[in-house]
Design a protein around this ligand. Structure first.
Ligand code: CTP
Ligand code: MG
Length: 238
């Protein structure tokens, strides 16, 4: 089918939410996905956005120690949206968690979105845009934003190059893939990647960018959590 004939078609998609990290850099007493943001855990925000985009199913890779807590978070959301949400134990590396989640997704999900629970405020429209782009016969799609700061390459404390900002992008999640492509990428290049699209690139498969969203920033440090709290408070005032 030509891309134009497929325009508007919505292939069934599934979402893997990776939430099994410890959140070392955030430094909270609980794994990052269970840190509270304006009354709810980060995981709740991420799963709520994913569900609002209308997937066939969502699977959450949770810290093995927190599978029951994750089920408690997602069950009411699953009921509310009438969409199955499965919780599975994640792995030691992020890539292991992606694979653990993918294994569970129903076979009809030819399109798979992988999303960091840590990007808790990524809006549903971003999930929809990425899924729609993959459905247009694009094997891999990543949301991205321009780089606003000047970026330099250094060696120790010496600047060795100033990079061309015009050709640089910040990439976010949800990242979208044809299921077979993502499986092949993880099978070939192992689990040590922080970025699924990076694995796909190494297969020689083209990765396309679509516009990202400022709210899809990753909560990594306590400052990021404060930024997220401000955004939620502002949205509640509107
Ligand atoms: N993640 C995962 N399984 C792992 C490691 C990370 O599912 N073994 C997930 C995290 O839960 C997070 C996303 O991958 O949603 C991005 O990772 P990152 O922001 O690095 O989170 P953490 O690894 O938890 O944080 P840190 O690196 O500071 O420990
Ligand atoms: Mg990490």
């Amino acid at each position: 089918m030509s891309p134009s004939a497929r325009q508007g078609r919505r292939d069934p998609f599934g979402v893997v939410v990776v939430a099994a990290g410890s959140g070392r850099r955030l430094g909270a007493e609980v794994p990052k996905a269970f840190v509270t943001l304006a009354g709810g855990p980060l995981l709740e925000y991420a799963v709520r956005s994913a569900l609002a985009a209308g997937p066939v199913a969502v699977v959450v890779a949770a810290p093995p120690s927190h599978v029951d807590e994750a089920i408690e978070v997602v069950e009411p959301l699953s009921r509310e949206h009438g969409i199955p949400v499965q919780v599975v134990p994640g792995g030691v590396e992020r890539g292991d968690s992606v694979l653990a989640g993918m294994r569970w997704l129903p076979a009809e999900c030819e399109v798979v979105l992988v999303h960091d629970a840590a990007r808790a405020l990524a809006p549903p429209v971003l999930f929809r845009m990425v899924a729609a782009a993959v459905a247009l016969d694009r094997p891999a799609v990543v949301p991205s934003l321009p780089v606003v700061d000047t970026i330099k390459r250094v060696d120790g404390n010496l600047v060795v190059a100033t990079l061309d900002r015009e050709s640089l992008r910040i990439v976010q999640t949800p990242q979208g893939f044809r299921r077979d492509v993502l499986l092949a990428a993880h099978a070939t290049h192992g689990s040590l990647a922080t970025d699924d699209a990076g694995l796909v690139e190494r297969l020689g498969v083209p990765v396309r960018v679509v516009d990202g969203h400022p709210a899809a920033f990753k909560i990594t440090t306590p400052e990021d959590l404060l930024r997220a709290e401000r955004l939620v408070a502002d949205a509640a005032r509107d």
